[in-house]
Design a protein around this ligand. Sequence first.
Ligand code: NDP
Length: 395
Amino acid sequence: MTRRRVSVFGATGSIGGNTLDLIGRARDRFHVVALSGGRNVKLLAQLARDFDAEIAVTAHDECLPALRELLSGSAIACAAGEAALVEAAARPADWVMSAIVGHAGLAPGMAALQQGTTLALANKESLVTAGALLLATARSHGAKILPVDSEHSAVFQALIGEDIAAVERIIITASGGAFRDWPLGKMARATLADASSHPNWAMGQRITIDSASLFNKALELIETREFFGIPPDRIEPLIHPESMIHAMVGFVDGALMAHVGPPDMRHAIGFALNWPNRRTLPVARLDFAALGQFTFRAPDEVRYPALRLAREVMQAGGLSGAVFNAAKEQALDGFIAGQIGFLDMAGVVEDTLTRLAGDSVLRATMTLDSVAETDHLARIAAAEAIASRHTKGQA
Ligand code: NDP
């Protein structure tokens, strides 16, 4: 049997680890082409050896000597930097997992699509910043994008065999994150440790904090709009603390298809890995009688302004998603570094969106370059917004 050639970008992260867990259980079916990581070169080298990868790439030039040393004596090639990531993504492969965190995931994902490779997309930031470009690239190169975010995988699965024109609404559920029961005043004083633990999902630190602010949900609303082409007013966020229903698709005849499963990313990853088939996956089977009940509540937009901002971005369209994502990433860095408080993150994003609203850069045609320029300008504006809040906070 010919083994499928697969690559994992962001192999040292949470999604990357879950992906390799599944690939490791079916080694006879997969050949690993490229693995990428960031600063954790020790883990990257270990994974590259375990999976006998063709090449291991670190995103950071300064990490290359250590990676080279760790892989010495093996036949595994190694490389570093953004261009090396793009080159590795362009290597012939059948399936590529895009699980780098943040804007850095966009260029390797595009490179894979340009080769006609199936792209399993966990990196939601790619769709938020450059959805139209990504989808057009997939179309023109005959490549398939498979969503890996659990909500979007759920919608994708609910839509199999359905006509998108018959979709009335899409409900994207949210656990509510670490602060779902916290009053606003307490959220304002939330520490990094408070925001870094998720009640239901085990994920990387950045997405965990984004879940506490619902910025993760905000990104997912935009991702839904981009991926499925549904108008913003038909995409509804819903708090569902148990995280068992990942999304629901409502049709014009009133039927609602819900995707239900335990909060384990290996389902969505495994679905994308095995698509268009289904294979046995090592995820827990739900016992509904033991679960008893599912609960729901409307999201509180006063505590979670990220949702309102996402709606504004969806209405504006074009490159405003790139502004939103860059400002959000910068604000998150500011919170992690202790420069701003938890609730300031939304303020920084809103200030940045307002500041760049009339900028000519937003009227440019969407290309990798214009997205990069927008990202750059938004980061500068967001850094200024952070500095001004930081100064006020100290006064
Ligand atoms: P992690 O933080 O756990 O992992 C991120 C990965 O990206 C690591 O391999 C990291 O390397 C690498 N990385 C970090 N910075 C860079 C950079 N500048 N250039 C290249 N690589 C870099 O993140 P997650 O696995 O949680 O998330 C990955 C993506 O998947 C995100 O877009 C997230 O939104 C999305 N996602 C995650 C889910 C989850 O359950 N975790 C669910 C749905 C979507 P290193 O650690 O070696 O520095």
